[in-house]
Design a protein around this ligand. Structure first.
Ligand code: SF4
Length: 303
């Protein structure tokens, strides 16, 4: 039996109310939180992944002016979509969003589907995004579990996310959602994770969950107490040395150029061979068009 099963009823209704009250008083006012339009929510959820929320909100406002509907996005060229995504990073998300819009138009009559299963079947839409869209746009009582939510719920119930299996975490997250306030709950948990229950040095004194929280009471899951592998941290490589950084610079260069651009020299610490491999991989992922000339590899934004 795992920790959640042993813990019994996982989320006290009073804890739920405390988090929702805190959110009503102190939640962040982000532009995309004012809407439950399914397309707008889908855009915001993809933008907010791995991008700071305030920055994503700013980009979301411009995006919705540029592509106000699923149809507008689906009919745009990939190059325009990548240009509109500039500054958000992880360009593959833009390509996925564009492909998803085309599938929504072709297979769902231009309406974003409401079930988790149908949302997950869209290109590039994973379990977290599918559940967040279902909860926020359609009020479905499903828990969207990302790294923040894992940390918050795990700490509250067993003192740390390491104490729960993935399926227990999902069961816990689903059971925690108030039936009539799925959207507010999804936003509220996200804010608790980003504003008070930070990965290091959580600010328990300002947290609405403190009276119910195992972590705040000093409880730690066994994996942390015994110093098992889950508690070990590997040093992070310098960002400029990562493939992610290189891919971002290549797309930026193609976006800034008007037409075919040569990629035959080093970029940062990455030699010509690594640059070449990254360009080919980006073309395979649909983020670039690439061609070999007699002496060079050239690429541009897809047409
Ligand atoms: S009381 Fe502390 S550890 Fe518990 S959820 Fe709040 S910030 Fe996180």
């Amino acid at each position: 039996m795992d920790a959640v099963a042993e813990a019994g009823p996982a989320i006290d209704p009073a804890l739920r109310d405390a988090i929702l009250d805190w959110y009503a008083a102190a939640g962040r006012e982000l532009a995309f939180r004012a809407t439950t339009d399914p397309y707008a929510v889908l855009v915001s959820e993809l933008m907010a992944q791995q991008t700071q929320a305030a920055r994503a909100a700013e980009a979301w406002t411009s995006w919705m002016a540029r592509f106000p509907s699923v149809e507008a996005l689906a009919s745009a060229p990939v190059a325009d979509v990548l240009r509109a995504w500039a500054g958000l990073g992880y360009n593959r998300r833009a390509v996925h969003l564009h492909r998803a819009a085309r599938v929504i138009v072709a297979e769902h009559g231009g309406r974003v589907p409401s079930s988790v299963e149908a949302l997950e079947a869209l290109p590039g839409i994973g379990p977290y995004t599918a559940r967040a869209v279902a909860a926020i746009a359609f009020g479905e009582p499903v828990g969207a579990v990302d790294v923040n939510v894992k940390r918050v719920l795990g700490r509250i119930v067993v003192g740390g996310a390491e104490g729960l299996t993935a399926s227990s975490m999902q069961t816990l997250a689903d059971s925690a959602v108030p039936r009539d306030r799925a959207a507010d709950w999804t936003h509220a948990l996200m804010d608790v994770g980003q504003r008070v229950c930070r990965p290091r040095r959580p600010n328990c004194a300002d947290c609405p969950a403190i009276a119910w929280c195992a972590y705040a009471a000093g409880v730690r899951p066994a994996a942390l107490v015994t110093g098992g592998r889950t508690g070990a941290r590997r040093p992070e490589p310098a960002f400029e040395s990562t493939n992610r950084w290189l891919r971002g610079r290549i797309v930026e260069r193609a976006r800034d150029a008007d037409g075919w651009t040569r990629f035959d020299t080093s970029i940062g610490v990455h030699g010509p061979g690594a640059v070449r491999a990254a360009v080919i991989a980006l073309a395979r992922d649909g983020l670039l068009d690439a061609r070999e000339t007699a002496t060079n590899l050239e690429a541009r934004l897809p047409r």
